[in-house]
Design a protein around this ligand. Structure first.
Ligand code: AHM
Ligand code: MG
Length: 342
């Protein structure tokens, strides 16, 4: 890995090229995908920033595949990403949280050797109240033999990801990505329209400071989950009491815990047997990032990135963040001790 100090000015384009040069066999296709994602992120950031001015707040009449009302910015962000990515010749298919089926590369455009999965605007129910939202993406290598991408290319376990990342549209816009060589963060300098390296080689603290969970579901949790949450709150096992912080916007909750240490949990509950979050668009990409930063992600029975997906919009319970906190979840929910819990 090329080392940079936080004071050297490094654009995301330069950083991606430097990483690519470490692999003489690289064709540049993956780098091209990352450039295009960064461009789409800048376009979405611009829309999010001007949302209150441009009369694009509020919800559209259509519903997405999960039957949730789509905010207008969801639809716009979805279109921006598809248009930024479908003609580059590097992808053979895409899938989006906002689309029911596989998104093919239009006829006439070259198909490449990767697929892209994305949640164009996560947490969009928060847009109207000015809370940070985000984009999450995952890149996998095509495994099928034809030219066009197939469902099997999209339904791969998370450990097969070649790149993943997220963009947070907050007080500043940040893009964090990994290609398996650490997790690196870039902050958008709006005056020059460039993502600049601001957080090289992010490391999540081993133990947590924050607990992010929507405990209005507590009555619906099973006893093991309730015990885990009591530990996180310092009420059992002499566990340090974590501070509760819950935005309800996954990227914002995850980002804070990644930098400050902590755990985000969206457990299964009696009404949502698989939780709420999507394995392919949300859990897997963030799991790749967190593991690269020294943390962990667990689904209540196994490592998130080991789950073999069976459908595009599959949901999963999620415990993600600092290693010790996620190890404790693993121990209490599966009964197998994997680390020091207290
Ligand atoms: P979305 O993809 O429809 O925006 O839903 C996902 C969001 C996450 O950002 C957040 O962590 C979660 O839903 C919050 O759910 P809840 O309101 O049940 O706590
Ligand atoms: Mg989402």
């Amino acid at each position: 890995m090329v080392q940079h100090t936080p004071t050297s000015v490094v654009t995301i384009d330069r950083y991606i090229i430097e990483q690519e040069r470490l692999y003489p066999e690289a064709t540049g296709e993956l780098s091209g995908i990352l450039y295009d994602v960064a461009l789409a992120a800048k376009m979405i950031a611009n829309k999010v920033r001007s949302a209150g001015l441009a009369d694009i707040l509020g919800s559209n009449e259509s519903q997405n595949v999960q039957g949730e009302v789509q905010a207008k910015l969801d639809v716009l962000s979805n279109e921006i990403i598809i248009k930024a990515m479908d003609h580059g010749g590097r992808l053979c298919a895409m899938a989006s949280e906002e689309e029911p089926d596989i998104i093919p590369i239009p006829d006439g455009f070259k198909c490449g050797k990767y697929v892209l999965l994305f949640d164009p605007l996560d947490g969009s129910s928060n847009i109207d109240v000015n809370v940070p939202v985000g984009t999450i993406f995952s890149v996998l290598r095509k495994t099928s033999s034809g030219t066009r991408g197939e469902m099997s290319d999209l339904l791969q376990p998370g450990h097969q990801q070649v790149a993943a990342g997220y963009v947070i549209y907050g007080s500043s816009t940040m893009l964090v990505y990994t290609t398996g060589q650490g997790a690196h963060g870039f902050t958008l300098d709006p005056s020059i329209g460039e993502f600049l390296l601001s957080h090289p080689n992010i490391r999540i603290p081993d133990s947590g400071r924050y607990l992010s969970v929507n405990d209005s579901y507590e009555q619906l949790w099973d006893e093991n989950v309730k015990t885990l949450m009591r530990c996180y709150r310092g009420l059992e096992r002499d566990h340090k009491a974590l501070s509760v912080r819950y935005v309800g916007s996954l990227v914002a909750d995850f980002h804070r815990n990644l930098l400050g240490g902590g755990v985000f949990a969206y457990p299964a509950n009696a009404k949502r047997k698989l939780g709420k979050l999507r394995l392919l668009y949300e859990a897997n990409p963030l799991a790749f990032i967190v593991e690269q930063a020294g943390g962990a992600a667990y689904d209540g029975t196994r490592r998130v990135m080991d789950v073999q997906p069976t459908e595009l919009h599959q949901r999963t319970p999620l415990y993600i963040g600092s290693k010790r906190e996620v190890d404790l979840a693993t121990e209490l929910l599966s009964g197998v001790a994997v680390g020091v819990g207290g």
